[in-house]
Ligand binder design. Structure first.
Ligand code: G3H
Ligand code: 13P
Ligand code: ZN
Length: 305
């Protein structure tokens, strides 16, 4: 039903393009992302964070993703993002996710290895692949990241992958979660990425990669949002990172911004209309546009077959 994440990312790695991972929280997000991927004939990875699972329930999110994948004629994987709670990880493995992430990145090197290795053994027994994280991706979201970036060390990355047997590795090269990524401009460490790539053969993952497009921010602000100080990763830098060997690009914040701007606009411009469908349909459309753009950035257009 779902496509194995290893299959999607293995093909992408061989073809020198990346695949977009999008975080999902509700029906409209799933439809927006899958419509975009179908339109562009691209594979796609739907991901649920522990926060999303707390909000909507794993069974509901699983059912939404399953329906999408049964109806769509493109490869779709379902992934657990930033797994930290063993009960949630175990449930995702049992219910049939394509892959899970164990994020033990706040731990020291040895503990990160020990925890990751344990999860790899659990997941591999059921044929499910595992993403792990070494270094820390910065960001403002307390659930999934610390505020400071701890860059991934290439030599440690090699040892980490060898000792844990993980299938994909999230690297810290200067990206950051959320909309408030930096004070100043993004500066990805592509030299570091190149060194990691030389030492690690498995697909590498770029978290915190949202672009925080200025037009979308202005639109949201026009309808009342306060987004002072937001900053994203320019698309050119994401493309450069893909060229240096990134195979999976995670996006959540840009979908949230599109949703926010569209909902605010619908409510403010049609004060007499209180039908949730009239408020959420424009948000779904706006998120689809974001998803399409991210798929173009990844270079996976037409790669569904
Ligand atoms: O990288 C994390 C995603 O943006 C998920 O965020 O924990 O608020 O759902 P969340
Ligand atoms: P953004 O906050 O930049 O969209 O990153 C999302 C992410 O890394 C999900 O794992
Ligand atoms: Zn992340």
């Amino acid at each position: 039903m779902f496509t194995a994440t290893t299959k999607i990312l293995g093909k992408a790695q061989r073809g020198h393009y990346a695949v977009a991972h999008f975080n999902i929280n509700n029906l409209e997000m799933v439809q927006a992302i899958v419509n975009a991927a179908m339109k562009l004939k691209s594979p796609v990875i739907l991901a649920t964070s522990e926060g999303a699972i707390q909000y909507a329930g794993m069974d509901y999110l699983y059912a939404l993703a399953k329906t999408a994948s049964e109806q769509a004629n493109i490869p779709i994987a379902l992934h657990l993002d930033h797994g930290r709670d063993i009960t949630i990880i175990q449930k995702a493995i049992n219910i049939g996710y394509s892959s899970i992430m164990i994020d033990a990145s706040p731990e020291d090197f040895e503990n990160n290895i020990a925890l990751t290795k344990k999860i790899v053994q659990l997941a591999h027994r059921k044929g499910i692949s595992v993403e792990a994280e070494l270094g820390t991706i910065g960001g403002a979201e307390d659930e999934v990241s610390s505020r400071k970036i701890r860059y991934t060390d290439p030599l440690q990355a090699q040892e980490f992958v060898e000792r844990t047997g993980c299938d994909f590795l999230a690297v810290a090269i200067g990206t950051s979660h959320g909309a408030y990524k930096f004070q100043g401009e993004a500066q990805l460490q592509l030299d570091r990425l190149r060194e990691i790539r030389k030492k690690v053969r498995i697909p590498l993952v770029l978290h915190g990669a949202s672009g925080v497009p200025e037009k979308m921010v202005q639109e949201a602000q026009h309808y009342g949002a306060d987004l002072t100080g937001v900053e994203g990763i320019p698309e050119a830098q994401v493309k450069a990172a893909i060229k240096e060997g990134i195979t999976k690009v995670n996006t959540d914040t840009d979908l949230r911004l599109a949703f926010d701007a569209a909902v605010r606009k619908a409510i403010m411009t049609k004060p007499k209309d209180f039908d949730p469908r009239h408020i959420l349909a424009p948000a779904r459309e706006a998120m689809q546009k974001v998803a399409e753009q991210r798929i173009w950035v990844c270079g996976s257009v037409g790669k569904a077959r």
